[in-house]
Design a protein around this ligand. Structure first.
Ligand SMILES: N[C@@H](CCC(=O)N[C@@H](CS)C(=O)NCC(=O)O)C(=O)O
Length: 367
């Protein structure tokens, strides 16, 4: 009962049959085996429940209930760095989705900061590629340049949980740590914390938009999303899976059809299992063909790919498959551009960062 409650709801009502105790000692329990701990995060309290596992004389035995009456932890600010007239905040917070501490960078433009009463600005979420942390793009993607001028905040999440110590987690650069692929893993052991889709679409924005320090700067009704490579796949799929949640999407060298490229096949097999129908639900080229998007006349999608990109040449990105699917589905408002001679690096991204920020800004009402 509580397990499904935990899975479906963040607002937890304590059943009347439960008594609350601050004891965390298991020693007064009648039985110690088969305990199942479920951590639920409400807007103000974190409860640790032990769910009933046995019935005795037709009565459910509820062995104990422990509560930790911690209020929801706000972001911890690790450092503050001036950038293009605004500030980049390196933040850390505990995530109940990944079950780990998570690092995230937030850029606030002067429009948010430089007034006596802070004004709320729209937000662009940037999803990074394989091997990346929040640092790579905030240091050398140059998104802050145009975001500063237009008054746009940028959120740079990490690419996976860190420190779960799962077997093989840090063995390869294209799977596990640094390579969460923005899906909710369904396969053990990854399903324990590799829930980057839920983290990025739900937990992280909801924490930010209720944070005592940072919520006052962000207009949570105006969010767009962008990303690079694996993060381009993340941006496209999260946009397509959540129609209306983001105002627009753009991507640099995105993995457009992960079900048919080596990176995607490895990741989807590992995180999702062998059922290709599950893969399709996380594949931009498949999602654009679904009923939600078929015939859409104003999709608000911009993609840039460099023709000198080795991963493009090796068939990891497959933008042509995405273009073909867009065409077949009769979707309008998708622009895929091939940038002559550009590679996969930040020289490419920095060259077009202004244009991608402009694209988002236009759909966020800033231009
Ligand atoms: N480590 C990989 C390359 C992975 C890679 O290019 N990652 C991109 C994202 S897909 C990146 O941003 N790397 C970090 C950086 O360049 O700062 C290799 O050796 O081929």
């Amino acid at each position: 009962m509580f397990k499904s409650l935990a899975a479906k709801s963040r607002i937890v009502e304590l059943p009347r049959t439960l008594s609350i105790t601050h004891s965390t000692s298991p020693h007064h329990h009648l039985h110690h085996h088969h305990h199942r701990f479920t951590t639920l995060t409400s807007s103000t309290l974190t409860f640790t429940l032990i769910t009933p596992r046995h019935t005795f004389h037709n009565h459910t035995i509820i062995r104990s209930l422990n509560t930790t009456t911690t209020t929801k932890m706000p972001f911890e600010t690790k450092s503050t760095i001036r950038s293009f007239g605004g500030k980049l905040f390196k933040l850390s917070h505990d995530s109940s989705t990944t079950t780990t501490p998570m690092a995230v960078n937030l850029y606030l433009p002067p429009a948010a900061l430089n007034t006596s009463s802070p004004s709320k600005v729209p937000l662009l979420i940037y999803l990074s590629g394989l091997t990346c942390t929040p640092e790579n793009c905030s240091e050398k993607g140059f998104f802050q340049h145009r975001a500063s001028q237009l008054g746009l905040a940028i959120l740079y999440p990490d690419t996976s949980p860190r420190g779960l110590s799962l077997p093989g987690e840090t063995e390869s650069w294209d799977f596990g740590a640094g390579a969460g692929f923005y899906v909710n893993a369904a396969r053990e052991p990854w399903s324990s914390g590799y829930k980057m889709e839920e983290y990025v679409t739900s937990e992280l924005p909801s924490l930010l938009l209720s944070d005592p320090e940072y919520a006052k700067y962000i207009d949570g009704s105006k969010i767009s999303i962008t990303g690079h490579s694996m993060g381009g796949h993340g941006a496209l799929t999260l946009y397509l899976k959540n129609k209306g949640k983001y105002r627009s999407v753009s991507a640099f060298a995105p993995i457009c059809n992960p079900s048919n490229c080596p990176w995607g096949e490895k990741a989807f097999k590992g995180y999702l299992g062998d059922d290709r129908k599950e893969w399709a639900k996380n594949d931009a080229t498949e999602l654009i063909k679904t009923d939600a998007w078929k015939g859409e006349q104003d999709a608000k999608i911009l993609v840039d790919v460099g023709t000198g990109d080795n991963f493009y040449k090796q068939g990891q990105l497959l933008p042509e498959n995405f273009e073909k699917a867009v065409e077949e589905a009769g979707v309008k408002g998708v622009k895929v551009r091939y940038q002559e001679g550009y590679d996969h690096s930040y020289y490419f991204m920095a060259s077009f960062a202004d244009e991608h920020v402009d694209f988002a800004a236009k759909h966020l009402g800033l231009l």
